[in-house]
Ligand binder design. Structure first.
Ligand SMILES: C[S@@+](CC[C@H](N)C(=O)[O-])C[C@H]1O[C@@H](n2cnc3c(N)ncnc32)[C@H](O)[C@@H]1O
Length: 242
């Protein structure tokens, strides 16, 4: 799996939201910005190199790739639960598809709050417990993917608790909601990538014949123009005053 391509594809789903919030907070005037769980740098690479960009991730392989895509960034291997930065050392701290993967998301938010002077943004946290798959015959696919996330250690329903977690961490919410529904009908290449992820996630615990049957039904439903897929994906933008 080419993770950078995958993350770049996911980054498209929040592009409008990022443009909106970054404009509101005047990101171009920020001096130091941190992405927690920066992965391969799909989001960081879109930010101005005039800003001092920092990325933290637990996975050294992701950081090595991030260095290629965002050579100007300061990258650190570390855990979101214990950020290796001083208090109030960034103007903006954000994450993108991170908190569902973290064992204790409240602690991660407390750490993000500690190291920021002003803005905290969680751009995308999905809620697979309310996923919609149409036609009905594709509902099992949603259930399998939800189960697969659990097996990989994620909390597939975390998105629904994002705002509550901001409150729990004492972060004042400026805006929260769900990102615009993304019809994942993209290009053929993107669809193939989506299926490569599904096949690898389900391998070993769902029969290959069942996976291939589902793939064929998905394809046929798309060709008929009947495929609908919606995963409510939540965001929250908060502020702290110090
Ligand atoms: C789905 S990827 C998203 C990457 C990037 N934010 C993006 O959207 O392109 C989640 C990233 O979070 C990292 N991660 C997971 N748990 C973490 C933790 N406890 N501390 C730091 N990073 C973590 C993973 O290694 C992975 O790179």
């Amino acid at each position: 799996m080419n993770w950078h391509s995958r993350y770049t594809q996911q980054a498209k789903w929040t592009r409008d939201l990022r443009a909106y919030i970054f404009n509101k907070i005047k990101l171009d005037q920020a001096q130091r910005v941190l992405e927690v769980g920066c992965g391969t740098g799909a989001i960081l690479s879109e930010l101005s190199p005039d800003i001092e960009l920092h990325g933290l991730d637990i996975d050294p392989a992701a950081l090595a790739e991030c260095k290629i895509h965002v050579p100007s960034a300061w990258l650190t291997r570390g855990n979101a639960l214990q950020l290796p930065y001083d208090d109030s050392s960034f103007d903006v701290v954000y994450c993108h598809f991170l908190l569902l993967w973290v064992r204790d998301p409240l602690q991660a938010l407390l750490e993000m709050k500690r190291v920021t002077r002003e803005h905290i943004i969680a751009f995308a946290e999905p809620d697979y417990s309310n996923r919609v798959d149409k036609p009905e015959e594709l509902a099992s696919l949603g259930k399998w993917q939800t189960e697969s996330l659990k097996r990989q250690g994620a909390d597939p329903g975390f998105g629904a608790r994002l705002a509550e977690s901001f409150f729990g961490a004492g972060i004042q919410i400026v805006e929260t909601g769900t990102i615009q529904s993304v019809e994942r009908e993209a290009t053929l290449e993107e669809r193939e990538m989506e299926w490569a992820v599904i096949e690898s996630d389900l391998a070993g615990w769902v029969e290959d014949a069942d996976i291939q049957k589902m793939k064929a039904m998905d394809q046929a439903a798309r060709e008929r123009g009947e495929r609908r897929l919606h995963v409510p994906t939540h965001f929250a933008w908060g502020r702290v005053w110090k």
